[in-house]
Design a protein around this ligand. Structure first.
Ligand code: 5RP
Length: 229
């Protein structure tokens, strides 16, 4: 008998994207994150679009995909709250703390997450870590403060760099700001780290999600979807 080939990372993303439908309440407005895993969720959501009122999106990219599939997109200011926010992560630890922002959408992701009662994280198993920080930490900054903030991260042992586009110029976020990616950190106390960096002048959003951590994580593994809560 031949052993079936292991599922690819893309297949694991599809698996968790579909599994997240279980958390979508009929007749509700759904908070939608950003990224390749969320794109799988958006595709799955389109199959039940008649059963929801619409979505609040965390990026221009997700808004475009939602609308292209016929899912109404509402502004965050039009809703009082959301039952659930579904998004991916660049890293997640066993307690639901995450690093996010690899797709440059961290600020709007944190805003939509704050509106939601539950954060359902969808990720393939490569994202599960013991300690956050191996993935360079994204931090959205006001451009005039970026050098000063970079020095503060260097003082913590980090190696910050401004995220660049293919043409070598700084990437500009959906909010018109710049991003630092900080390598070399070991974030052992995510809650305290997030609170500290949030206070630095010029920081718009730090990509540690500890105050708004995942309530549940659907992790795509070779054995199927594992639920961490
Ligand atoms: C975007 C994010 C994404 O959720 C994160 O980068 C994971 O993306 P992917 O599902 O493509 O691995 O935080 O800002």
């Amino acid at each position: 008998m031949t052993t079936p080939a292991p599922l690819s990372q893309d297949a694991l993303k599809t698996l968790v994207g579909q599994a997240a439908l279980h958390y979508v309440e009929p007749g509700s407005i759904v908070g939608v994150g950003t990224g390749s895993t969320v794109n799988k969720f958006i595709d799955a959501l389109a199959t039940i679009k008649e059963r929801i009122r619409g979505a609040v999106s965390s990026s221009e990219a997700s808004t475009e995909r939602l609308r292209a599939l016929g899912i109404p997109v509402l502004e965050a200011n039009e809703v009082q709250g959301l039952p659930v926010y579904i998004d991916g992560a660049d890293e997640i630890d066993g307690r639901g703390h995450m690093v996010k922002g690899g797709g440059a959408a961290l600020t709007r992701e944190k805003i939509v997450a704050a509106l939601a009662e539950r954060f359902v994280c969808i990720a393939d198993e490569s994202k599960l870590v013991d300690t956050l920080g191996s993935f360079p930490l994204p931090v959205e900054v006001i451009p005039m403060a970026s050098a000063h903030i970079a020095r503060r991260f260097e003082a913590l042992g980090g190696r910050p760099s401004v995220r660049l586009k293919a043409d070598g110029t700084p990437l500009v976020t959906d909010n018109g700001q710049h991003l630092l990616d900080v390598a070399g950190l070991a974030i052992t106390d995510p809650l305290a780290f997030e609170a500290e960096v949030n206070q630095w002048p010029g920081v718009v959003t730090v990509g540690v999600f500890a105050q708004h951590k995942a309530s549940v994580c659907l992790l795509g593994t070779r054995e199927g979807v594992r639920t961490l809560s």
